[in-house]
Design a binder for this molecule. Structure first.
Ligand code: PEP
Ligand code: MG
Length: 543
């Protein structure tokens, strides 16, 4: 029997085949809550079997970590201990004897225990509530035929299936354990796709909740990240086909090796800088090895989102300095915080908005919350003493916003100088990602040092098509004539003012679009690092 095929969005290229790993932290709803009297003994057996399996899984993950003797290893030791806890077992067994299904019972007991921990005054003990929930949901997932519930338990290289993944979850995925990614929600420019591309993980997103539901019981899953489909439990012919595709992709990658470290120029000699989009300094070495000629977009919001408290100026300085130093003389464009829209910042943007993408995001929020913005600007100015840093403001829709941000930057510089702190020169540019910015490009170009076109947002705002809605995938086109006209206007204005125009939206790394962008006058393309060698090859073949 050939496997079932699910259609989705080709979010990150490459092909993968591997065991399914279900990441379903919110979806552990037991289908069966009660059992019949005659089933009690068999269900108790099933519960014991699930405990054994989960202990084995966690121990396997723990052994994989033991060399480093890390904090994670200690956490996993504690998880093994809790999974074997006699009190947990007897509470669940009592409920099963009272005709509750073991999956419902273990989740309920997990909640009870977690509640006890959460109520403790000692912060460390209170934090154990999450560990308890983690373990009991793993046992419940096992009983429900789902492989596991949390990405931390990913011990075997697998294809991850999830409803959606938050940027922080994607960032924390153990890269070497994730062969491929399939999500029910999302589109090509949603953040899970952007991160999968920069991590080089084949991904298909937006397969829909129903299709994902059907796939949850699969043993093996094959992902076609180039063509946007998934096959669950493929038969031998299908596996052979996917393996052939993998071999072909490897040959193509080998042919691109020669382009990694060339300076990108068109055949006619026009220099086009090919840079990387990064979300963390940890990605810098990898980006350089792919041949990045700079950083066209350093997304700083991930630094703010992976935690409960805002990072201090000092921490930010450390991060920006690290990326500046890694790139040396090569330019690094740090984008100031861009939360709001689909990226929530706990403690700042956590309120509901009717239309978050048209709401309080990017520069709008930064100008309203100086306590958020000033430490970031100060950190960038200080880090600029250690490399070639530039600053860029997101979501600008008027010249006034840029002027206000630039004034704040100047104020921060004066303040730092008064304090005797070391700073470096910093050019200031804007992202052109609202139609307003493109339509006012002439006026903006007279003020700014550079433009970088954010085609992800520019497309959604120009076409009134939500970038994250998989139902609108066909309408979301960065090569729509309206979007191309806005890009052209921006390039013409930049040329007149003698400034550079980059593109840091996903269109920059799209082989079909890059030639159009270069023809329109773009001077820099910034993309996920694995796309760099192919972009350089394409540029070298342009007139
Ligand atoms: C864009 O909008 O094109 C962009 C690069 O920014 P982000 O995807 O982070 O919104
Ligand atoms: Mg954007």
């Amino acid at each position: 029997m050939p496997g079932a095929r699910l259609e989705g969005v080709a979010a990150s290229e490459g092909v993968a085949v591997g065991p399914a790993f279900v990441h379903a932290p919110d979806e552990l709803e037991p289908q069966r809550t009660g059992i019949a009297e005659g089933e009690v003994e068999a269900e108790l057996e099933r519960f014991r079997g699930a405990i054994e399996a989960v202990v084995a899984q966690i121990s396997e993950a723990r052994d994989a970590l033991s060399e480093s003797g890390s904090e994670e290893a200690e956490i996993l030791d504690a998880h093994v201990e809790f999974a074997g806890d006699p009190e947990l077992h007897s509470e669940v067994e009592e409920r099963v004897r009272n005709l509750e299904s073991p999956e419902a019972a273990v989740l309920a007991v997990g909640e009870e225990f977690a509640g006890l921990f959460a109520g403790m005054e000692d912060e460390y003990m209170a934090a154990r509530a999450d560990d308890v929930r983690d373990v009991t949901s793993q046992i419940a997932a096992q009983l429900m035929g789902l492989r596991s519930s949390g990405l931390a338990g990913l011990a075997v290289p697998s294809v991850v299936l999830a409803r959606n993944l938050a940027p922080s979850e994607t960032a924390r995925m153990p890269r070497e354990m994730v062969l491929g990614l399939v999500t029910a929600e999302g589109s090509k420019t949603s953040h899970v796709s952007i991160m999968a591309r920069s991590m080089g993980i084949p991904a298909v997103v937006g397969v829909g909740a129903e299709a994902l539901e059907r796939a949850l019981g699969a043993g093996i899953v094959a992902v076609h990240g180039d063509d946007g489909y998934v096959v669950t439990d493929p038969d031998a012919d299908e596996v052979a086909f996917f393996e052939g595709e993998q071999a072909e992709a490897a040959t193509e990658r080998a042919a691109l090796e020669a382009y990694r470290h060339v300076e990108a120029r068109t055949h006619g000699g026009r220099r086009i800088e090919v840079a990387a989009n990064l979300g963390s300094p940890k990605e810098a070495a990898d980006a350089l090895s792919w041949g990045a000629e700079g950083v066209g977009l350093f997304r700083t919001e991930f630094l703010f989102m992976e935690r409960d408290e805002l990072p201090t100026e000092e921490e930010q300085y450390g991060v920006y300095r690290e990326v500046a130093e890694a790139f040396g003389e090569k330019p690094v464009i740090i984008r100031t915080i861009d939360v709001g829209g689909d990226k929530d910042l706990p403690g700042v943007s956590g309120h509901e908005e009717e239309n978050p993408f048209l709401g309080w995001r990017g520069i709008r929020m930064s100008l309203d919350v100086p306590d958020l913005f000033r430490p970031q600007l100060r950190a960038i100015l200080r880090a600029a003493a250690h490399g070639n840093l530039k600053v860029m403001f997101p979501m600008v829709s008027s010249v006034e916003e840029f002027v206000e941000a630039r004034c704040l930057l100047a104020e921060c510089r004066e303040e730092l100088e008064r304090e005797g702190a070391e700073t470096g020169p910093v050019e200031a540019g804007v992202m052109v990602e609202t139609p307003a910015a493109a339509l006012c490009a002439d006026e903006l170009a007279r003020e700014v040092d550079f433009f970088s076109i954010g085609t992800n947002d520019l497309t959604q705002y120009a076409l009134a098509v939500d970038r994250g809605n998989e139902k609108l995938e066909k309408l979301y086109r960065a090569d729509h004539p309206a979007v191309l006209k806005l890009i052209e206007m921006t390039c013409r204005a930049a040329e007149k003012a003698g400034i550079q125009t980059g593109v840091c939206g996903e269109a920059a790394g799209d082989p079909a679009l890059a030639p159009k962008l270069v023809a329109l006058g773009v001077t820099e393309l910034s993309m996920s690092p694995p796309a760099i060698p192919r972009a350089k090859k394409i540029i070298s073949e342009l007139p």
